[in-house]
Write a protein that binds this ligand. Structure first.
Ligand SMILES: [Cu+2]
Length: 483
């Protein structure tokens, strides 16, 4: 046990709930950090606030908790634990992934420009890891690249990262073991600016884009696959993604980060936005222009901002059609199959130690690299029958099986299974319209907004329910707890 480990444990032993910080109730609490000061308050000269100390809103990453911290002699101390996690993409779809502190994606680290941080990383996975601070300008010894900048953190071991952040913007942390990036080891790393961005926003959300290949009868993602059948926002696939609640007229920021194999064109319905931030921080105003679709490439971050000027339940989604559906396995479209699909091979049979090759008819389906000869293409599917949204012959339409290309889509409402306060008042069957990387920005007139917010509050902030309820702490400069 090293010195830093001992001092962390001493700190932890002396900590009580009130000392823990970094958690705010987010959506339920109107996303206002207690130490936040709005631009209006600042200009109105609110007493006790030094000039130029404007703080930003806390970021709400729906369905993902915040990582709490303690203050040790002015240093914000975080404990980050990599471990196996069960994620639930939609109700009942449990997937075994890797995450941090019981969450996948990992909890959000949220700090202020100029903060000194210590992140005590513990590896409870069966394989060596490191943590890389994506986009941050940190000393080489803190960069988290195995063998190059630090030794591997072996299973059961710890490594302490410590650095000062001098940037601001939307960043992320992730493992630097490539395959493990594909099984969930990522989280937001938000740095608020010393001087709040102008114009001020009233909502600040975060979305993490991930893709998964979960073959039939498997609970473990196939990280070798190049084709994906589950696409998630913050570890949830539509319609289980939690809608973002916005009051009509508010200015909204949404931060989007991407780790994985695909780039995602994220499209907002009904309104135009401007990109105000990249993975490198704030975009100067002179470089901004209006868009309604932003390509968030692998390893990139994009902050978008818009004024929610039209009421409605507006889609925010990846526009790749295959990323707008769930559990896509040769159920629809022309690639249908008539025989058993061979799936679920293990690592033992792969990576060059199996008999035959990975792209053979025999092996490819098991590795998600092809359908194999047993999956024959047919003009129509023998598996998917008429669904409620297909047109029956008695209503003048052609029978589905006589139309080449049928079927294409499925229509599977599951409103009840995904009901939560944030979905209150949505029209019947709304859930059938959302799959994969899809969610809603609900722009609500003040009365409806207040009603639904009251439900969210009464339910105890379901969207961030994974976060333990603790009270935030004041900035480190004013509360220097010694142990
Ligand atoms: Cu996509």
């Amino acid at each position: 046990m090293n010195v830093q480990r001992r001092s962390f444990l001493r700190g932890a032993a002396g900590a009580v709930g009130g000392l823990l910080g970094g958690l705010w109730a987010g959506q339920a609490e109107g996303q206002r950090r207690p130490d936040a000061v709005s631009a209006a308050e600042r200009t109105s000269g609110a007493p006790g606030r030094p000039a130029g100390s404007a703080r930003s809103l806390s970021v709400t990453v729906l369905d993902v908790p915040k990582l709490p911290y303690e203050i040790d002699k002015g240093v914000k101390v975080f404990k980050l634990v990599a471990e196996p996690v069960k994620a639930e993409f939609v109700p009942g779809k449990i997937v075994e992934v890797w995450g941090y502190n019981g969450s996948m994606p990992g909890p959000t680290i949220e700090v202020n420009e100029g903060d000194r941080l210590r992140v005590v990383f513990e590896n409870r996975l069966p394989e060596a890891q490191t943590v890389h601070w994506h986009g941050l300008e940190v000393p080489i010894a803190m960069d988290g690249v195995p063998a190059i900048s630090q030794p591997l953190v072996m299973p059961g071991e710890q490594f302490t990262y410590e650095f000062t952040v001098h940037q601001n913007g939307t960043f992320f942390y992730h493992t630097h073991m490539a395959m493990a990036e594909m099984i969930g080891l990522i989280g937001f790393f938000i740095i608020h600016p010393a001087q709040a961005y102008e114009p001020a926003v009233q909502k600040d959300f975060g979305i993490i884009l991930q893709e998964w290949a979960v073959l039939p009868n498997n609970t473990v993602p196939n990280t070798l696959s190049m084709e994906f059948n589950w696409l998630t926002f913050n570890g949830k696939a539509g319609p289980a993604t939690t809608p973002m609640l916005v009051k009509l007229g508010e200015r909204v920021r949404i931060r989007i980060i991407n780790i994985g194999m695909d780039h995602h064109p994220i499209h907002l319905h009904g309104m135009q936005f401007t990109v105000t931030g990249t993975e490198s921080g704030r975009v100067p105003e002179s470089a901004r222009y209006q868009q309604n679709t932003v390509l968030v490439g692998v390893a990139q971050a994009r902050d978008i901002e818009f004024v929610a000027k039209y009421p409605g339940d507006w889609m925010l989604h990846c526009h790749l059609p295959h990323h707008m559906m769930n559990q896509m396995v040769s159920m629809v479209g022309p690639m249908t199959h008539g025989g058993p699909l061979q799936t679920g091979k293990g690592m033992e049979e792969g990576m060059g130690i199996m008999k035959g090759n990975a792209l053979s008819d025999e092996n490819a389906p098991g590795f998600g690299r092809g359908m194999g000869m047993i999956a024959a293409e047919k003009p129509t599917s023998p598996i998917v029958g008429p669904t409620p949204h297909t047109m029956p012959r008695e209503h003048g339409g052609p029978a589905g099986h006589s139309v080449p290309g049928f079927p294409q889509d499925m229509w599977m409402p599951m409103d009840e299974e995904v009901t939560k306060p944030e979905t209150f008042g949505l029209p019947k069957d709304w859930s059938a319209a959302l799959g994969g990387m899809m969610t809603l920005v609900r722009v609500l007139p003040p009365k409806e907004y207040d009603e639904i917010m009251a439900l969210v509050k009464a339910a105890g902030s379901t969207a961030e329910s994974k976060a333990p309820a603790v009270h935030p702490t004041a900035p480190p400069a004013s509360h220097d707890h010694r142990h």
